[in-house]
Design a protein around this ligand. Structure first.
Ligand SMILES: Nc1ncnc2c1ncn2[C@@H]1O[C@H](COP(=O)(O)OP(=O)(O)O)[C@@H](O)[C@H]1O
Ligand SMILES: [Mg+2]
Length: 211
C-alpha cells in the first residue's frame, strides 16, 4: 500500500457513490491499521454521521470551503497515513480544490453513457489540475451500480478510452450497499447477507490503494 496518500472522491454528478466509496475506503484503511483522516467536503455532510456511527478510529474533519481545503489538507496529511476526501457533487471551486490537493482522484460514475458524459466534465477539470501540478493527481473512473461487476458496456469502455481515463472493475448494484449507511456499518460488518457486496467492495479497495 502507498504511504501518505490523499484520496479524493469527486464527480460532476450526485448519487453516483462518492460517499459510499469514500466511507468504505476510510474504514478499510483503518482496518489495515492506517491512521486515517476523513474530510467531509460536501456541505450536505452525509458522510459525517456515517463515519461517526462506525465508531472506528477515523479522524473526521468538516471542511467544504475551497480556500480551507487548499490551506489545510497538506497539514492534515502530515499527521495521518492517509486522507480521504468526500467531495460534493458538481464542478464547483470545492471540487477543484479537492483535485488540487489529492494524490489520487476517483470519479465514481453511473453505468450509462449519460453518466459518462457528465463525468467527462469532471475529467476536464482533472486535466486542468494535472496541468497546474505537472501531472498530479492521477484520475480513475469507478463504474458504479453495474448490472454485473466489471461488465461495463462496450460503448462505455470505448467512451472512457476516448476520454483517456483508466477504469476500475467497479461495483454492481446491490441492496447491501444501499443499506449500509442506515445500519451504521460498512458492508464487511453486515454478515452473511452482504457477503458478495463485501467481496466486491474489498476488491475495489485493493484496486484503489494499489502501488
Ligand atoms: N453499488 C450500489 N448499489 C446500490 N446502491 C448504491 C450503490 N452505490 C451507492 N448506492 C446508493 O445510491 C445513493 C447515492 O450514493 P452516494 O454514495 O450517497 O452518492 P454521492 O455521494 O455520489 O451522492 C445512496 O442511497 C447509496 O446508498
Ligand atoms: Mg455524497
Amino acid at each position: 500500500m502507498c504511504p501518505y496518500m490523499i484520496y479524493g472522491l469527486t464527480n460532476s454528478k450526485g448519487g453516483v457513490g462518492k460517499t459510499t466509496i469514500a466511507v468504505h475506503l476510510a474504514a478499510w484503511l483503518a482496518k489495515k491499521k492506517r491512521s486515517v483522516t476523513f474530510i467531509d467536503a460536501d456541505p450536505q455532510n452525509s458522510a459525517s454521521q456515517w463515519i461517526r456511527e462506525l465508531g472506528l478510529p477515523i479522524r473526521l474533519e468538516l471542511i467544504s470551503e475551497p480556500e480551507d481545503i487548499v490551506q489545510r489538507v497538506a497539514k492534515l496529511a502530515e499527521n495521518a497515513d492517509d486522507v480521504v476526501i468526500d467531495g460534493p457533487a458538481g464542478l464547483s471551486s470545492t471540487t477543484r480544490a479537492v483535485m488540487l490537493r489529492s494524490d489520487r482522484v476517483f470519479l465514481p460514475c453511473g453505468p450509462s453513457i449519460l453518466d459518462l458524459r457528465a463525468a467527462s466534465k469532471a475529467v476536464q477539470l482533472l486535466r486542468e489540475a494535472q496541468k497546474a501540478r505537472r501531472g498530479k493527481p492521477t484520475g480513475v473512473l469507478i463504474p458504479n451500480k453495474l448490472q454485473k461487476r466489471g461488465r461495463l458496456s462496450r460503448e462505455m469502455l470505448g467512451a472512457a478510452k476516448k476520454l483517456g481515463i483508466d477504469v476500475l472493475g467497479g461495483l454492481s448494484q446491490r441492496q447491501s450497499f444501499a443499506d449500509a449507511a442506515g445500519q451504521a456499518k460498512v458492508v464487511w460488518q453486515m454478515g452473511a447477507s452482504a457477503l458478495l457486496a463485501s467481496h466486491e467492495m474489498q476488491q475495489l479497495m485493493k484496486e484503489m490503494t494499489r502501488g
